[in-house]
Design a protein around this ligand. Sequence first.
Ligand code: FAD
Length: 534
Amino acid sequence: MAKWQEKRSFWTWGFESDEPTEAQRRKAAEAIAKRTGTFVEPPVVPDIEDIELRKSRIDVPSALAGWVSDEHEERALHTHGGHVTEILMALRGRFDNPPDAVAHPRDENELEATLEWADTNRYAVIPYGGGTTVVHGVSVPEAADGAVTIDMDRFNRVLEVDDISRAARIQAGVYGPDLEDALRPAGLTLRHFPQSFPWSTVGGWVATRSGGHYATNHTHIDDFVESTRMLTPRGWWESRRLPGSGAGPSPDRLVIGSEGILGIISECWLRLQKRPVFRASAGVVFPRWLAGGQAVRCIVQSKLWPANLRLLDPVEAAQSAGLDGQQALLIIGFESADIPQAQPMREAVELARECGGLIEDEHIRIDDGSGEATGRGGAVGAWRDAFIGVNAGATAGLGMLADTFETSITWDAFEDFDALVRERVGKALGSVLGDGSSLSCRFTHVYADGPAPYYSFSGPAVIGGEVAQWQEIKAAATEAVVEGGGTVTHHHAVGRMHREGWERQRPELFGKALAAVKREVDPNGILNAGVLLE
Ligand SMILES: Cc1cc2nc3c(=O)[nH]c(=O)nc-3n(C[C@H](O)[C@H](O)[C@H](O)COP(=O)(O)OP(=O)(O)OC[C@H]3O[C@@H](n4cnc5c(N)ncnc54)[C@H](O)[C@@H]3O)c2cc1C
């Protein structure tokens, strides 16, 4: 079944088929109890029909009734995004601020009619892709008197494939797996795989400047956007397909990362690639985390451009790849549609060894596309399974608070930055979650001038007090990241969660200029109030 036809879960990441079973939640509770010493019975998942919702404040006109509804289940399904605190709220039956109506426009006429209706009535509008936002990007603004969520799931087609230029015209609501299924027969791929790939959409990726899981080179969705088409309350904003252009500021650059405050992206042309055939992977062990960082810098600055160059600190290497807790792990991966990858892999491994990295040659895995890979690949497979299999629903409400924050920083500042973040966040974790908390880091993306460190924290939580505990830790993390010179987000977007931190990092005049653009295209301020701008 295509992803857009599947039923989304109303309480956890993904679709109903992704929901953890009772047995899986109990197993998670037992594992947490081993760490905290307290077994917490998994909370009962409420029935969606039993959830109490505020009465809808909107009368849906009959002319729009074919695709706009104020029905209970629709409103509940679109109340929360994907942040761990939202999963907790949903699991506890808390749906305090639902949208009043949900639209599923099937074409641009219906999209125009919906936006015009909302604008005339000054309803808040929330564009919605897969709802995987972890920065409160699809929440209803508190101050709204009426709110309409516009779910783009019926914009679910790849409209054209230009295999000469290698690009495709793709509607905004296409989910990751449906996109790849549509491109596969032509031997093409977008090759953009955020961790939320199965549950998120092309429109969401472009709106949030998502980052795929390839560590170097083409990794942000920005790199793939050829042109965009977006509906604003003042009309259409459409750019010309161009491989590159020096004609002034780029109209696409304002659309990419606009997080639904300027308009609703209906489709875009994205650049494609041939599907890779040649692959190589290796896991290199380092006795010290910072030595691993040094190796990453040498490899990325050598311009070998591995597809994967992911450094796990000793805590992460132990948790997700089974190492001893003392050593860091560097996962190196290469792939190409045209060129065998054994040689660049050998060069990258040599650079890693020069920085103190340890790997036996037999652990380098080379796949030349014949189906007969050589080498064992070491810890890489274990890490990949842990990365793909994640679902926060399994551990929600079990007395353990866990979340992540991600950033980027230039190499010259990285060492001091990492020490500052670990010190400040470590202190906050100690005082809020107490003994048994942990903080770890991996590089999700790396650039020639710096890494994108991704920190994960967890620790025993007070049942019912998790949100307040999370707020305190998050405030310490944001403070440390901004003070240390990093960005408040490398790929999770700004949303409402990072708005204040972003205000501190962006030029003040830029904020004013963005607000002026918003006033021009959205004079009544109906679109995603509180996201990016106050
Ligand atoms: C488990 C998990 C893993 C994740 N991993 C990654 C990762 O590896 N990389 C990464 O970048 N992010 C990641 N995220 C965050 C999230 O998946 C991304 O921000 C993603 O791009 C959101 O896509 P979506 O379709 O779900 O959009 P939504 O969550 O529905 O919306 C995101 C924002 O974009 C706006 N929006 C959505 N569609 C449109 C549209 N058509 N036009 C205008 N505005 C729109 C919404 O209003 C909202 O503000 C992860 C999230 C989860 C839960």
